[in-house]
Ligand binder design. Structure first.
Ligand SMILES: [Mn+2]
Length: 240
């Protein structure tokens, strides 16, 4: 018998584990919906982040995967932004990166919105990040399982337009910890196994301007993948 490593075994989810991840994701989606409704001119990032925490409690999932990221305007250029007193104003980018746990299994999702009609540059960045996610997704659907190749598919597309402003890995495994094996990174040698749950989350971050990240969680299957995230992300759906 061949040996395996524990991270490889842990990556492949049972039906029960998957059900927990999906439940955590559904709850995050309810919370996201409420958070979007809570937005108004002048509301602060921290106020919205606190509202998100309260909503997770209300929906019965008070143990979060990580502290909610709420970023308005230029704050969205900061990958791991800590919500502060920044107030929402028309024309701002609004980024939410949230996740919770059910029976210790995590969920993870990022959506980027526009508070009012986005300008041409905001629109272009959004559409390019969405395209990068789609290119990576198509690779997975075509059966590509080399994490490095999948990462570079999205990365090379974005690099042609935005140089090195995609400043993190394309995605990661999700389980009882929020970042687990395998990893989509440009130099990753990981081979993605069927049955694992991965995020695909390209982003572009322009200091002094703002950023866009779009993150969905996928179940990797033998022949493709299934999106576990049920939140629209077409440009029309993200203009508030
Ligand atoms: Mn993530």
């Amino acid at each position: 018998m061949e040996t395996k490593l524990i991270h490889e075994v842990r990556a492949v989810k049972s039906k029960k584990e998957l059900a927990n991840i999906i439940k955590a994701q559904r709850i995050s989606e309810w919370v996201l919906q409420e958070a979007v409704k809570y937005l108004r001119d002048g509301v602060g990032e921290l106020e919205v982040a606190n509202f998100i925490k309260k909503s997770f409690v209300k929906f019965g999932a008070p143990i979060l995967s990580f502290p909610p990221i709420v970023a308005f305007g230029k704050s969205s250029a900061d990958i791991h932004h800590e919500p502060n007193g920044t107030k929402l104003k028309r024309g701002d980018i609004v980024m939410f990166d949230i996740g919770t746990t059910v029976n210790h299994y995590c969920s993870d999702m990022t959506r980027t919105y526009f508070w009012g009609e986005p300008n041409a540059k905001q629109k272009k960045i959004y559409l390019d990040v969405l395209k990068a996610q789609d290119l990576a997704l198509n690779k997975v659907m075509q059966g590509e399982r080399r994490a490095g190749v999948i990462d570079r598919t999205a990365r090379n597309f974005l690099a042609k337009i935005y140089k090195n402003n995609f400043k993190h890995g394309l995605g990661h495994g999700v389980g009882t910890v929020i970042h687990e094996w395998p990893n989509f990174k440009p130099k990753s040698g990981d081979i993605i196994p069927a049955g694992c749950v991965m995020t695909i989350e390209p982003g572009i971050y322009l200091k002094g301007f703002g950023g866009v990240r779009i993150e969905d969680m996928y179940l990797i299957t033998k022949n493709g993948c299934v999106n576990l995230t049920n939140v629209p992300k077409d440009l029309d759906n993200v203009i508030l």
